[in-house]
Design a protein around this ligand. Sequence first.
Ligand code: NAP
Ligand code: F7E
Length: 323
Amino acid sequence: MAKRALITGITGQDGSYLAELLLKKGYEVHGMVRRSSEEKFERIAHLQGKVTLHQGDLLDQFSLAALLSLTQPDEVYNLAAQSFVPTSWNQPVLTGEFTALGVTKMLEAIRHTRPQVRFYQASSSEMFGKVLEVPQTEDTPFYPRSPYGVAKAYGHHITVNYRESFKLFAVSGILFNHESPRRGLEFVTRKVTYNVARIKHGLQDKLPMGNLDAKRDWGFAGDYVDAMWRMLQQDEPDDYVVSTNETHTVKELVEIAFARVGLDWQKYVFTDPAFVRPAEVDLLIGDAAKAKKKLGWEPTVRFKELVEMMVDADMERVKAGQR
Ligand code: NAP
Ligand code: F7E
């Protein structure tokens, strides 16, 4: 019989790639979606009829338990969150409700409704924040620098705690930044590649940016959802760092993106304090040796290829008059 998976956050970047991966593996895929006045499921439009969508919300614990009873999943991937770091300073309480307490609500629903489930929690390199060690591993202590990072640290610890307290098969994937042509427009990679495409098409001539010196370990989302799946196929639940083991500055991102379309970034980019954060994560670089050894996982797309893939996709979109 086909395995069944339930994905929260299926309408997001990772949810769409994960749903594709699980369908290819023969899973029956269920996704939880929030009710809104207008349905915007662009990232999973091509999966219509292949995945089953159900209304639910991380804020509503009963909706989670009801969904577990209805779908009877073997695996639950908790990808839903308020995931944009700057918003977490403007809406810190909401971020805590979704991104932190939402995890407990799901774990409680699992514990009482379907304790045999294998549970994946989408943890983040933002938990390392003002890094206490370089590179960062599963053993590096956390020092989060945003309400989002704090909420994710809570989500990580409660996942580990439920695993230890109630013997749930619960894992926390500590994923470093991962991007794709489906990345939200406000995140720095997609902001740059989309605006480069607009500039190249003559639709604008300036690009306001924040801190160009920040360094990130950027990988491809398609690779990272495969690591999530592998974590749930192990004999024992455990936590894993997933990263490329390379770090690059935002400035390098900008240079490569503009160069891809034959433009000199310095003519267009300027610093706008509106995009500078109250507290920054200056440097992230992950050590994914454990994932390589135990999961047999390695990234297939490197930084330059990733940026160029995103610029090319945005050039096509802008040419077609799309976002
Ligand atoms: P994303 O594109 O922002 O997607 C977030 C998803 O969560 C969307 O489907 C959103 O639904 C849903 N959601 C938000 N609040 C919800 C709520 N209260 N109830 C139900 N659904 C809710 O994020 P992503 O990049 O795919 O990331 C997936 C997960 O990995 C997130 O938890 C993120 O924090 C974490 N993460 C991401 C990265 C990265 O670099 N991408 C790295 C580490 C960890 P709507 O469509 O209705 O808004
Ligand atoms: O910023 C700098 C900014 O917003 C990256 C989320 O998926 O990854 C993501 O969080 C860096 C930061 O991602 C602009 O200051 C400069 O240093 O793309 P970002 P993030 O904050 O790293 C982690 C792992 C997650 O878990 C999160 O969910 O880029 N930066 N100028 C800028 N960033 C933005 N957004 N916009 C700028 O104009």
